[in-house]
Design a protein around this ligand. Structure first.
Ligand SMILES: C[S@@+](CC[C@H](N)C(=O)[O-])C[C@H]1O[C@@H](n2cnc3c(N)ncnc32)[C@H](O)[C@@H]1O
Length: 319
């Protein structure tokens, strides 16, 4: 257990087994978090397998330096956004790797450490930055965006039914008092969402907090970037395993795997193919792998997890 930085790893055995870890191979864990997948990959590829583990959160890197110290130079920790994986591998003089793993979203410590401002359950500065070096925080978005932009974020990333009302309450409230804490934002949301709608279902702030977090960290942008690069950094036969937690992420992963597995991506009914697209991935999981009922009972956070896996292949072996 990563003391003081605990997170129950989701789909641990399933994701690692899909990568078929081998001794003397190199893997990339794009989302180190509390190190559960990284540790399992290192153990399964012992004695010589290597893992390069990314996280943009300094706390995750610092915790792993002691939690995973026994693996010595088999593990390289990189504090960077995973969208920069190509540049980081270049710096490490690595062209291609034998597997990529990505377990999206936030870690439990990010949610549980109130002061990070991710949680509507702890009153704290409204922050939500995974990378503490980043300038823009949730407070800046809530202070600067106009009602239309806020509505759009709440609707698109949070599927919030009361998006327009919440945005207009925020804009009114901030004229009187700047909204600087999670507690203040929760109060505004509670005022905006009618009592009847607040009675059932999840916490009224859940969707708005999710939406702001996705926007602050440009989570979908980073995901699109890494999906576009992934086939280029995998050896032939190497696999990519992606764990997602909501439908927007899963759709991007699914669509990218489908596109990368097609010989042609011209619009439907195009008489002659002009795209010169070449299939580079083979889909391994036609349907996503889901957590078992037991895993969900033990770790409710696993409820919405989906694992999709694809394998680098080439008709012409030099691609
Ligand atoms: C769900 S946790 C990973 C948990 C990990 N698999 C484990 O077993 O403990 C996701 C982690 O990915 C990091 N993360 C999310 N998006 C990232 C990005 N674009 N670049 C780098 N790290 C990112 C977060 O900071 C967080 O620590």
């Amino acid at each position: 257990m990563n003391e003081g930085f605990a997170h129950t790893t989701v789909l641990l055995q399933e994701a690692v087994a899909m990568l078929r870890p081998k001794n003397d191979a190199t893997y990339v864990d794009l989302t180190l978090g509390a190190g559960g997948h990284t540790r399992a990959l290192l153990e399964a590829s012992a004695p010589l397998g290597k893992v390069i583990a990314f996280d943009q959160d300094e706390r995750a890197i610092l915790a792993a330096q002691s939690f995973l110290s026994e693996f010595k130079d088999r593990l390289t920790l990189v504090r960077a956004n995973f969208r920069d994986v190509r540049a980081v591998l270049n710096e490490l003089s690595i062209d291609k790797v034998d597997g990529l793993l990505c377990d999206l979203g936030v870690s439990s410590p990010q949610l549980d450490e109130g002061e990070r401002g991710f949680s509507y359950q702890h009153d704290a500065p409204l922050d939500m930055r995974m990378d503490q070096r980043q300038k823009m925080s949730a407070k800046d978005l809530v202070a600067k965006l106009d009602a239309r932009e806020l509505t759009d974020i709440f609707r698109t990333y949070g599927e919030e039914k009361w998006a327009t009302r919440i945005a207009s309450f925020i804009v009114k409230e901030r004229i009187e008092h700047p909204i600087e804490t999670t507690g203040q934002l929760v109060e505004v949301i509670k005022k905006a969402v009618p009592a009847a709608a607040r009675r059932d279902g999840p916490h009224p702030a859940k969707r708005v907090f999710q939406a702001l977090r996705i926007k602050v960290n440009d989570e979908l942008g980073a995901l699109e970037d890494v999906l576009a690069i992934a086939p280029d950094i995998l050896h032939l036969g190497a696999r990519i395993a992606m764990i997602t937690f909501h439908s927007l992420e899963d759709r991007l992963v699914k669509q990218s795997f489908v596109n990368e597995s097609r010989e042609c991506i011209c619009p439907p009914h195009t008489p002659i193919c002009t795209c010169s697209h070449v299939a580079r991935l083979k889909i391994i999981t036609r349907k996503p792998v889901l957590p078992t009922e037991k895993e969900i009972a033990d770790n409710p956070r696993a409820r919405s997890a989906k694992l999709r896996v694809a394998e680098r292949f080439a008709k012409h072996q030099n691609l």
